[in-house]
Ligand binder design. Sequence first.
Ligand SMILES: Nc1nc2c(ncn2[C@@H]2O[C@H](COP(=O)(O)OP(=O)(O)OP(=O)(O)O)[C@@H](O)[C@H]2O)c(=O)[nH]1
Ligand SMILES: [Mg+2]
Ligand SMILES: [Zn+2]
Length: 320
Amino acid sequence: MTAVTPVATGKPDGRARAGASPSSGRNGLVLVNYGTSVLVEDDAGCLYRCVVRRNLWHIVSGDRVAWESVGTQEGIIKAVEPRHTVLQRADSANRTRALAANIDQILIVAAPQPAHDAFLIDRYLVAAELTGATPLVVINKSDLLDPQVADTLTDNLQEYASIGYVILLMSARENNGIDMLAQALVNRTSILVGQSGVGKSSLINRLLPELDIQIGKLSDASGQGRHTTTTTTLYHLPQGGELIDSPGVRDFRLGETAPADLARGFREFRPYLGMCRFQDCRHLSEPDCAVKEAMRKGAVSERRLASYRQLVNGMPATGS
Ligand SMILES: Nc1nc2c(ncn2[C@@H]2O[C@H](COP(=O)(O)OP(=O)(O)OP(=O)(O)O)[C@@H](O)[C@H]2O)c(=O)[nH]1
Ligand SMILES: [Mg+2]
Ligand SMILES: [Zn+2]
C-alpha cells in the first residue's frame, strides 16, 4: 500500500487526514501530479494517492477530477472535468504540456538576481492573456535592488505598468510587500511561475509559514543544499484561495500559436488589430501596418514589438 504523502494544506491541522470509508464516484481536486499517480483532495479535505491511467496522464494541479476509492487512502482517477483555464508550455519536440489548470491568476515572478529576462516575462504574459487568466508581475528581492539593476528593471516595469499590468514589488527575505501579495490572492487560484531562484517558494513560505518548504540557495557554489522545486504543488491559503508553486524554468515555450493569436496576446496591440492594410498582416514587414505605425508614434514599445516578432519567427511554419 502506498503511503499518502504528507502535504501541508494550510488548513488549521495542516496535515493529511485519513480517508473516509470507501465509496465510488467521488469528486476531488488534484494537488500534485507524480506522473503515474496524483495526490487528490476530496471535498472534506482528505488526501488520497490516486493512480492515473495512461489516457489521463495530462492531469495537473488544479484539475477537478472524478475518482473512485480503492482501500482507505488510495483511488483511481476516472475522469477530468473540463478546465476553464490551463497554463501550458511546449517541450523541445513542440508537444504541448499542461502545467496547471483552472487558474485565475498567473504570478510572473522576477528578481534583480538572477537577472530578469523581459522576453520570458512577455511569453508568460501572452500565455496568460490567451488562456484568460490575469497576469501579475511580481518583483521579489527588492532588498537587492541596487541603482544599476534598478534602472533596466524600472524601465521594463514602467513599460508593463503603462499597458495596464499590475506590478507588485516585494522582498520575501525582509517580509516586505507580502501583505499586498496575500490580498491579491484571496479567493482565487494563482500560480507562481518564473526562473529558478527568484524566490517563488520563499514567497509561499512567507504566506504559509507553517509549511517550511525547503528553498534553493542561489549562491551555493557546491550545488549542495539546493532545494529547487521539482513538482508543481497546490496549497490552500489560510484566508481563502489556492496558490500553486511550480519548478523554475530556464525557458518557457508557447505551444504552436497562430500570429493573429500571438498579436492578441500583446494587449497593447489590440486597438490596432484589424486596421492594417492587409487583413492577414503579421506585423512583420508588411506595408501600412497599424501596429508598426503605433510603434512609430510611441504607443507600442519597440522592445515589445521585437518580442512579438521573435515569437512569430520562432513558431513552426504550420503555425502561420
Ligand atoms: N536577498 C533575497 N534573497 C531571497 C529573497 N527571496 C528568496 N531569496 C533567496 O533566493 C534563493 C532561491 O529561493 P527559492 O525560494 O528557492 O526560489 P524559487 O524561485 O522557488 O526557485 P526554484 O524552486 O528553483 O524555481 C534562496 O537562497 C532564497 O533564500 C529575497 O526577497 N531577497
Ligand atoms: Mg521553488
Ligand atoms: Zn500589421
